[in-house]
Design a protein around this ligand. Structure first.
Ligand SMILES: Cc1cc2nc3c(=O)[nH]c(=O)nc-3n(C[C@H](O)[C@H](O)[C@H](O)COP(=O)(O)O)c2cc1C
Length: 406
């Protein structure tokens, strides 16, 4: 995923214009050089000084504001043209090729990817004219980051809120990520997070998985072009952009969801920390005085092992969270569960495994190769892992050309 370069950030005149300041801040923080442009109406919602200060670049409003060929020069050096918020009016102008200010002229002059983040009243959003214009933009190769649903500034409820800044950043990453030829268009199921095995209506048995690793894998797969189904136990994480999210609670629910979605999948990546045992469920809260302190536990389904018994051409990747003898135990798991690959990572030490933003490990392939996955943020770890998985699938398929296609 490309995380540096130049973005031309266009802001049009909607009530969400002020949110562009936070978006610009996050883009700069993530290493992007941001060239701001505002429509004349946008400057009525927010002064230019905010964006100029955050980005450390002058704000472009009209063609020739700062120098005669600025709109051409700026797009030549920009990796992405991003418009957030994009009003119905600016979308209409883009769709029809009108070029009466810096942003619309730059849009026409830009040869690279464009990403539009609409924001408007829900009736304006659903109006056939707006949808027609968006459809024209899609046909022209523009990526649309759909608005969220919720309470709007006008007091109405519905679709039309500008997507969250984090979601827009995910779309930026998607726009600029090379698609992996073997993963593009392929369905991949990823499991993530912990499971919770309820004991009574108040208590449950669970583990320390946060879901960070599995969610990062889902994001990396989407950016590589895969169609991702993310089956996750309870987490506090935001649903990643572009994936089909399936929320589950227990190991039994996770098994049902994974088996239910694996049909047609090119790969299943079992990253979830699935409980091995579940207690009997008591429909009423257990009382101290009537409980003898002993929990009877029953085995849950070993989902990875079940998947390994009937792979049907699906590439099966397991995760092994080990406190010692990782490689030995990872190899055993690979063989016993008939996996194609196992990612071994150490848990119980700071900076990797559960409750950490970073990870380190080794990917063991069934052909015996060991691929080191060096210490990195979980997102970078996931990006590397997904490239390895795509390459392995490519080698299996014997496709001659391994060039990354945009
Ligand atoms: C208070 C106010 C809020 C507005 N909010 C939006 C909005 O959220 N989305 C939108 O598409 N238009 C909105 N409009 C209408 C646009 O400002 C109007 O269509 C304008 O022509 C947009 O120009 P621009 O696309 O060149 O910035 C709003 C207008 C006003 C007065």
């Amino acid at each position: 995923m490309k995380q540096s370069g130049q973005i031309l950030l266009g802001v049009s005149g909607g009530i969400a214009a002020y949110k562009a300041a936070e978006l610009a801040r996050l883009l700069v923080k993530n290493g992007w050089s941001v060239i701001p442009s505002m429509t004349r109406t946008a400057t009525e919602f927010m002064g230019t000084l905010t964006l100029a200060s955050i980005t450390e670049h002058e704000v472009h409003i009209d063609v020739g504001d700062h120098s005669p060929m600025d709109h051409i020069r700026t797009v030549r050096s920009s990796d992405l043209l991003l418009v957030a918020p994009a009003t119905a009016h600016t979308i209409a102008k883009f769709a029809h090729g009108q070029a009466d200010d810096f942003l619309s002229a730059a849009y026409l002059a830009h040869k690279g990817p464009s990403l539009i983040c609409p924001s408007m009243n829900t009736a304006m959003w659903h109006h056939p004219a707006t949808q027609r214009n968006l459809s024209m933009l899609r046909d022209d190769g523009v990526l649309i980051c759909p608005p969220d649903s919720g309470e709007l500034a006008c007091g109405e409820w519905g679709d039309g809120r500008l997507a969250e800044a984090e979601t827009i950043l995910e779309y930026v990453a998607y726009s600029l990520s090379p698609k992996h030829p073997t993963l593009q268009g392929k369905k991949v199921v990823v499991s993530a997070g912990p499971t919770c095995e309820d004991l009574d209506p108040v208590r449950f048995l669970s583990n320390r998985s946060t879901g960070l690793m599995g969610f990062a894998i889902a994001r990396a797969l989407w950016c590589a072009g895969a169609e991702v189904v993310l089956v996750s136990g309870p987490t506090h994480l935001r649903v990643p952009a572009g994936v089909q999210m399936v929320k589950v609670r227990s190991a039994a629910e996770m098994a049902e969801a994974v088996h239910g979605h694996r049909n047609g999948a090119a790969s299943v990546i079992m990253n979830a920390a699935v409980a091995d045992y579940r207690p009997a469920y008591h429909p009423h809260k257990l009382k101290k005085d009537s409980f003898n302190g002993v929990l009877a536990l029953n085995r849950t389904e070993d989902i990875l092992a079940t998947l390994g018994k009937d792979k049907n051409g699906c590439l099966l990747i397991g995760f092994a969270a080990e406190t010692e003898d990782g490689i030995v135990n990872g190899r055993k798991k690979l063989i016993h569960k008939n996996c194609d690959g196992v990612v071994v990572n150490r848990v119980g030490i700071a900076g990797q495994g559960f409750e950490s933003d970073t990870n380190q490990g080794t990917l063991i392939w069934r052909d015996g190769r060991e691929i080191p996955l060096p210490m990195a943020s979980k997102q970078d770890f996931a990006n590397l892992l997904v490239t390895e998985i795509g390459d392995f699938m490519h080698d299996l398929a014997g496709i001659p050309n391994r060039d990354m296609a945009q």
